[in-house]
Design a binder for this molecule. Structure first.
Ligand SMILES: Cc1cc2nc3c(=O)[nH]c(=O)nc-3n(C[C@H](O)[C@H](O)[C@H](O)COP(=O)(O)O)c2cc1C
Length: 347
């Protein structure tokens, strides 16, 4: 991947670590990798296989993605869930599948099936805040039961073929749940923890709790990925300044809104507005063509594209007006005409 580093920054040949990074006065005390590792967050209904395949054809800087969760239950056979995961259909951003489950046997069966088709790592969802999920004691609904999590890991880890990472919130209602969980996580050979520092009860409202994220960082013996509310390069800069030991960052809504964000963070680039609009249009058209091939019925494709516009194009002028115009369309031809009109006015 082409990398436009700022002039005057020297890399250590063996470690790839910036020696004279502006934040790194003493190379031996504070070792910062040359570039942050950036993950596309899982967003159910949005960052699907097609999105992850097409995204890197237009945008730079994203290293990895975690896929939206697959639900592992007794009644669902792994085979029926794997059709979207065959490696030949996943040529885009390298992806870690995610599983939502509270049953170690169901989890392991699906995780091992994913391993058998080529996935060396899976992620366990301990963060989903939705009522139906929480009510069943899954996702964020499991965070207030440390003994269940411990029993799950005891059982699953002994039979699991792929490596395991965990994506979690701070707690269900109590943001200190995670502080009790970290000593448990430390006992297991996990790949890493991805922490979104909100509670499940908060959903996506209110502030991220950076003080508690810092406490988690202090307590964790595993590498920690930060996730939450990174919407511009400056947000990342502030967080990177504060949490010097974090080198991996997961971005969801900010990246969907402005897919140039990863390159802005990594390479300090700022493309002209008209160029960004043109690239976004090409990306949109490509997605539309691919979704059109798999979605039959005039409303399906428009509904899918309305989902795309939930976050997309946050940097566009008159963004709210655009969303309203799109939401008024109810069939394919009207949608195509509205989008053509919108993009023509933008440049
Ligand atoms: C519509 C939507 C769907 C989501 N689906 C998932 C999911 O399948 N798995 C998961 O771990 N997180 C899911 N999340 C949470 C995001 O991955 C991420 O943790 C959250 O949006 C905070 O990061 P952000 O502020 O960078 O968007 C979802 C969030 C939204 C808004």
């Amino acid at each position: 991947m082409p990398c436009q580093r700022k002039r005057g920054i020297a890399l250590d040949k063996d470690s790839g670590i910036v020696k004279n990074h502006p934040r790194n006065n003493d190379f031996n005390q504070q070792r910062i990798p040359a570039l942050p590792v950036l993950y596309l967050a899982p967003l159910q209904g949005m960052t699907d296989r097609i999105y992850r395949n097409i995204f890197p054809l237009y945008f730079k800087g994203v290293d990895l993605a975690v896929a939206p969760f697959l639900s592992a239950t007794k009644s669902v056979k792994p085979g029926s869930l794997l059709k979207d995961y065959s490696p030949d259909q996943n040529s885009g951003i390298p992806t870690i599948p995610q599983i939502l489950s509270s049953g170690p046997d169901d989890f392991t069966r699906l995780a091992n099936a994913l391993f058998d088709i080529g996935y060396g790592e899976v992620n366990w969802n301990l963060g989903c805040p939705f009522r139906m999920v929480v009510k069943k004691g899954r996702g964020a609904g499991m965070l207030c039961f440390p003994e269940r999590i411990e029993a799950f890991l005891e059982k699953a880890m002994s039979a699991l073929k792929p490596k395991l990472s965990i994506k979690l919130r701070l707690g269900l209602k109590d943001p200190d749940d995670a502080l009790l969980l970290l000593p448990i996580f430390n006992r297991f050979p996990l790949r890493e923890l991805i922490i979104h520092p909100r509670t499940g009860a908060q959903m996506y409202e209110g502030n991220v709790d950076l003080d508690r994220f810092g406490k988690c960082l202090d307590l964790s013996q595993h590498g920690v990925v930060y996730n939450g509310d990174i919407v511009e390069a400056q947000t990342y800069e502030r967080l990177a300044e504060r949490f010097g030991s974090v080198h991996r960052w997961m971005i969801g809504r900010g990246l969907l809104g402005n897919p140039f964000l990863a390159e802005e963070i990594k390479f300090q680039t700022a493309r002209p507005y008209a160029e960004k609009v043109q690239i976004l249009r090409a990306f949109h058209d490509h997605l539309f063509a691919e979704y059109s091939q798999i979605l039959s019925g005039p409303a399906h494709i428009t509904n899918k594209m309305k989902e795309f516009w939930t976050y997309s194009g946050s940097f566009l002028k008159d963004r709210e007006k655009i969303r309203k115009q799109i939401n008024k369309t109810h069939h394919r031809e009207a949608y195509i005409a509205a989008v053509r009109n919108i993009f023509e006015k933008l440049v």
